[in-house]
Design a protein around this ligand. Structure first.
Ligand code: PGA
Length: 252
């Protein structure tokens, strides 16, 4: 049985007091809701991690970061290391979000280092992949996603790969209000499993949690999550309102 996950990506939003109220509201709901085989992950700004951890029940909710440095430690002013994140008690870290690839020029090589360093520090990477609109229009989506996975994950041994959560986030769907259709998501998720199965095994491919992300909300989550190979979602904008995010959790 694959672990099902609804993960929030708060991005660069909320003052700390707003963030803590949001985390508290989600926690209050989750404590009264059956979540067996399911997990909620809140990927909050670095500044909020230690306070957010205090207000959630770790039995159901994990706290994650949205990035980590590619280096272990040292003279990298302004960077936050995987070890520092792990030392707060966080368990997840988003790696390779398209906004990091785009605005910070993070290459596959950099992301490979970040994946390695997270795993070394017992953080589970939520590794994001996805094509741009231009690439989809040229029917390059499979080629692009395959290369992203191969370049940053395929050096891992089976045990480490099993700790990685993959998030398929088509760039054209992020923050645009245009989500991938359930069929498009299912197609890509099945393809990703196939790519993993060819390199590793069917067992490994079947065991990996693959999330969908990109304009996922309480209206479309049920249809997306009910697809055979979609194990939940990575939610941006719709994770910033407690009521909306709770409705999404109910779709899992
Ligand atoms: P969105 O963002 O839900 O606002 O489209 C998803 C993400 O960027 O992870």
């Amino acid at each position: 049985m694959r672990l099902k996950i609804v993960a929030a990506n708060w991005k660069m939003n909320t003052r700390i007091e707003e963030g803590i109220i949001l985390a508290q509201k989600i926690n209050n709901f989750v404590e009264t809701y059956p979540l067996e085989g399911k997990r909620i992950v809140l990927c909050v700004p670095f500044t909020h991690i230690t306070e957010a951890i205090k207000v959630v029940n770790y039995k159901y909710i994990s706290i994650g970061a949205q990035n980590c440095a590619q280096w272990e430690k040292g003279a990298y002013t302004g960077e936050v290391s995987a070890e520092m994140i792990a030392s707060t008690g966080a368990h997840y870290v988003i790696i390779g979000h398209s906004e990091r690839r785009k605005y910070f020029g993070e290459s596959d090589e950099v992301l490979k280092n970040k994946v390695n360093i997270s795993l070394k520090n017992a953080l589970r990477p939520i590794f994001c992949v996805g094509e741009t609109l231009e690439e989809r229009e040229k029917s390059l989506q499979y080629k692009v996603v395959k290369a992203q996975i191969e370049n940053a994950l395929f050096h891992l041994d089976e045990d480490f790969l099993l700790k990685v959560v993959i998030a398929y986030e088509p760039v054209w769907a992020i923050g645009t209000g245009v989500n991938a259709t359930p069929e498009q998501a299912q197609e890509m998720h099945a393809y990703i499993r196939n790519v993993i199965s060819e390199k590793y095994s069917e067992y490994i491919a079947d065991s990996i949690t693959i999330l969908y992300g990109g304009s996922c909300n309480s209206t479309n989550a049920k249809d997306l999550f009910s697809q055979k190979d979609v194990d939940g979602g990575l939610i941006g904008g719709a994770s910033l309102k407690a009521d909306e995010f709770i409705e999404i959790i109910k779709c899992l």
